[in-house]
Design a protein around this ligand. Structure first.
Ligand SMILES: [Zn+2]
Length: 582
């Protein structure tokens, strides 16, 4: 159980109506609706009442197409969320699939520091008892301190989806909540399609809330399941519900109108004390509310304390970690946490930014663990390159000739199709190589790739010839496709000399054809993201040929990984290229 007050007792007007707490059903409030008591001044001073942060990445967020977490990955995500300091981690729907049941069995052994675990499930089906419903029993068996029950709040769904009577739906809600509360669980009620239901039949939507509160739900989460609600309406409806409800209200928004974060922020400002969302805005269709943006906005701009003290600075790294666990490319434009969230392109501004960073960004990037990265591009001025190099710890200000050479090389490379905005590592390799600060870990003498297409499977074989100082190495690799085979061969050729390679792996590979019109002379750009335990980096390769472009990005990725690992080259004084654009 949470130590904090479950209802809104203490707020003016709530005193005469007991908030519905587990095992202590509420009494009729002044509205006449059982369990709903008057609530005045819900939008009290920000920060005076803790807003509960409820993460649903592992349940609702995992509905996103292409997001498929193993049980091990789900556990890692849970650990990351707990370390960040969210209050509740919703682990899944144990009644719906065996994977989620296994997750709950193993999650009990995690070293939880802050968060409480919630299991999610639906109210009992029509014409059945709660005690006999296998889904509710599976929910109970998950053994979580919190159970989140979803029930219908929209008459259309009761009539058409459940195909039962409205009275039976109210009974389903009440009996399911009462069953869980009687078992000692803290019950959160997710009122599905609440905003649509409220618009269609206000009275019935409120009756559903009252049924849940009276039966012992301590939080009523108003869900915008279709994601169509706009902020003004979200606030209006929340306010109207708060006026007749003595139970703590929460919100759950989807992003179909691009307002999920905005709705969540204004709802909390309007009195909601519980906010649901998913990491990086994951979720089906257009996603759930991005919990990280909600947290940052409310903490930095509304004075709420959602995370434990000092944890906000872990936001950016948590967002990346979860993206990596989800095996999804991290969106660089993601507000607050994206790598370009505070980046600016125009060379015009770089020197001004260096003088007054606060004049060009809405918050201090460091407050969420991000930084004001300055992007390189073909618009790059000299000051941009200097600032970017300084960010990498390379001071070029004392050598104007070197800075000019580097700038010329960047312009020339970008003209050929390179893009350094997202390929920090290739940029750094280029600067280091030009400055004579890049060790030659290996040199490519040549490679050969054979692609075999069979009836059952495709297989490629690569042979790479490398020079490691005086030593010549020939290595063979096999893989699914030529790039994979090249990667395997390269690693095999280097593994003995550079054991650090074992900790470096590929996380993302993107191909883009730069001139689709001239099909025969199209240029291929490959962006490749590699990672080690400490983070990830992106390299770029460009060529008329996709394998050559991939090789370049691959070799750069390995070289940069060796640079990060501090690997000593076999022949250090020789400063030749590893694959950076010449
Ligand atoms: Zn949802």
């Amino acid at each position: 159980m949470s130590a904090r007050e479950p209802g809104l007792a203490g707020e003016a007007g709530a005193a005469d109506g007991q908030p519905g707490t587990a095992g202590q059903p509420g009494t009729a409030g002044p509205s006449g609706l059982p369990g709903l008591a008057g609530l005045a001044g819900a939008a009290g001073d920000p920060g005076t009442e803790k807003v509960e942060v409820y993460d649903t990445t592992l349940r609702d967020g995992s509905q996103q197409v292409g997001l498929d977490l193993t049980v091990a990955d789900k556990l890692r995500v849970a650990v990351a969320l707990d370390a960040l300091g969210v209050d509740v981690v919703e682990g899944g729907w144990p009644g719906s699939n065996p994977k989620d049941a296994e997750f709950f069995a193993r999650a009990a052994d995690l070293p939880w520091a802050h968060a409480k675990l919630a299991a999610f499930g639906s109210t009992r089906p029509p014409r059945r008892t709660a005690e006999d419903d296998p889904n509710l029993l599976a929910l109970l068996a998950a053994g979580t301190p919190i159970v989140t029950l979803v029930g219908k709040a929209w008459t259309l769904h009761v009539d058409e989806a459940l195909r039962t009577t409205r009275e039976e739906n109210l009974a389903m809600v009440a009996e399911s909540v009462r069953f869980m509360a009687a078992e000692g669980r803290r019950v959160i009620f997710d009122a599905e399609h609440f905003f649509d239901g409220y618009r269609a039949d206000r009275g019935y939507a409120l009756e559903v809330l009252a049924a849940a509160a009276e039966a012992g739900a301590d939080t009523l989460a108003l869900c915008d399941t279709n994601g169509g609600t706009l902020p003004d309406e979200a606030v209006r409806i929340l306010g109207e519900v708060a006026a007749v409800t003595g139970t703590r209200l929460g919100v759950h928004f989807h992003n179909d109108s691009a307002c999920a974060v905005a709705n969540s922020v204004v709802a909390v400002a309007g009195g909601a004390l519980h906010v649901q969302g998913a990491a990086n805005g994951y979720g089906e269709r257009c996603g759930n509310a991005d919990l990280f943006s909600v947290i940052a906005s409310l903490e930095l701009k509304r004075g709420h304390e959602l995370l434990p003290a000092g944890r906000l600075a872990a936001l950016a790294s948590t967002a990346r970690t979860i993206a990596e666990l989800a095996n999804l490319p991290f969106e660089s434009r993601q507000p607050y946490v994206g790598s370009s969230a505070f980046a600016t392109k125009a060379g015009l501004h770089a020197s001004a930014i260096a003088r007054r960073p606060d004049a060009y960004s809405h918050i201090d990037p460091a407050s969420v663990g991000n930084h004001a990265q300055v992007l390189v591009s073909e618009l790059a001025g000299r000051s941009n390159v200097l600032a970017k190099a300084a960010e990498l710890g390379l001071d070029l200000s004392g050598d104007p000739a070197l800075a000019s050479t580097i700038l010329d090389q960047i312009k020339e490379a970008e003209h050929r199709g390179y893009a350094f905005e997202a390929a920090d590592a290739s940029f750094e390799l280029l600067v280091r190589k030009t400055a004579g600060l890049l060790p030659a870990w290996f040199e490519l003498e040549g490679y050969r790739v054979v692609i075999e297409r069979g009836a059952a499977d495709d297989r490629s074989e690569a042979i790479v010839r490398l020079l490691l100082g005086e030593q010549r190495v020939v290595a063979v690799g096999e893989g699914v496709g030529p790039v994979h085979a090249l990667d395997q061969a390269l690693r095999r050729g280097l593994a003995e000399v550079y054991p650090a390679l074992a900790g470096i792996h590929l996380v993302d590979y993107k191909v883009r054809i730069l001139d689709g019109r001239a099909a025969t002379s199209a240029v291929t750009r490959v962006m490749l993201t590699s990672a080690d335990a400490g983070g990830e980096w992106t390299t770029v390769g460009v060529s008329d040929d996709i394998v050559t472009a991939s090789w370049e990005a691959l070799a750069d990725g390995i070289a940069y990984g060796l640079l990060r690992a501090g690997a000593a080259p076999l022949a250090s004084p020789e400063l030749t290229a590893s694959g950076a654009p010449a």
